[in-house]
Design a protein around this ligand. Structure first.
Ligand SMILES: [Zn+2]
Length: 261
């Protein structure tokens, strides 16, 4: 699926909206809007890539595939890349950065955790990170940020200072929701008008070390955890959420959160 996107986007360039430049026009093919960048590598050396559209501060950051067995999240993020490539006017002047697959090693194994058995969505340096049994289904690692995949996401957030983050997951059917952390309720409610999902400030169970806790509650960035229904077909998830994602991208105002980097 990643390879499919690679065929339609421009060549690698600097990551980030402010630094991004369109690929040089060779006269052979029309310039395409996405700027593809290599952010780093997973434990097993698989590339973790971003696709950047547009320029400007306070970008919208969209993440897919935190959990490798939630493959519809990768599909939806990839479809977003394809759609924005084909219809850049949907950006409405905003900068959007999409990382379709945060956990490519888990993705190829269809496992929630990364290849070292760490739940990346419990591996962030939050105040509530706790050591856990490696056999635990949501083991957060030997320490926060122990995994290269988590470090890549953290570095990207600090670099971009996004005005909005949408992290796409999936959850057992009938529990799908627009979960928000930090000042994300307005965007979650806006998305609900399009996807019909409940708006929830909590997923219903503790998530120490989660990305949403770190980015939303502790850094103060509006952060949506978009929980798709599992096992709904990925194509159905995309159809349900396409307009919700466009609305979130076009939502105003978005301000960068100064992270003191
Ligand atoms: Zn998940």
């Amino acid at each position: 699926m990643i390879r499919r996107i690679a065929m339609i986007v421009s060549t690698a360039a600097l990551v980030g909206c402010i630094q991004a430049r369109p690929a040089a026009y060779t006269g052979q093919t029309p310039p395409l809007p996405a700027v593809r960048a290599l952010l780093g590598y997973s434990v097993e050396g698989r590339p973790i890539e971003s696709f950047t559209f547009g320029h400007g501060p306070a970008p919208v950051l969209v993440l897919g595939g935190f959990h490798g067995n939630e493959q519809a999240s990768v599909y939806v993020a990839e479809e977003l890349v394809s759609m924005l490539n084909g219809s850049p006017t949907l950006l409405a002047g905003r900068c959007v950065v999409v990382v379709p697959n945060v956990n490519p090693d888990g993705y190829v194994r269809d496992t929630r955790k990364n290849v070292r058995g760490v739940d990346l969505n419990r591996n962030f340096p939050t105040g509530n990170w706790v050591p856990s049994d490696p056999r635990d289904g949501s083991h957060g690692g030997p320490a926060s940020l122990s995994e290269p995949e988590s470090q890549i996401v953290l570095d990207l957030v600090r670099h971009l200072e996004p005005g909005l983050i949408i992290s796409i997951h999936s959850i057992s059917r009938n529990r799908q929701c627009n979960n928000f952390d930090g000042p994300g309720e307005a965007v979650a409610a806006l998305m609900a008008t399009h996807n019909g999902y409940p708006v929830k400030p909590s997923i219903g169970y503790p998530t120490p070390g989660s990305f949403g806790t770190w980015a939303g509650r502790e850094l103060g960035i509006p952060t949506i955890t978009l929980e798709l229904p599992r096992p709904a077909p990925a194509e159905e998830c995309w159809a349900t959420n396409r307009e919700a994602l466009v609305a979130a991208i076009q939502h105003e105002p978005a301000q960068s959160v100064a992270l003191g980097k």
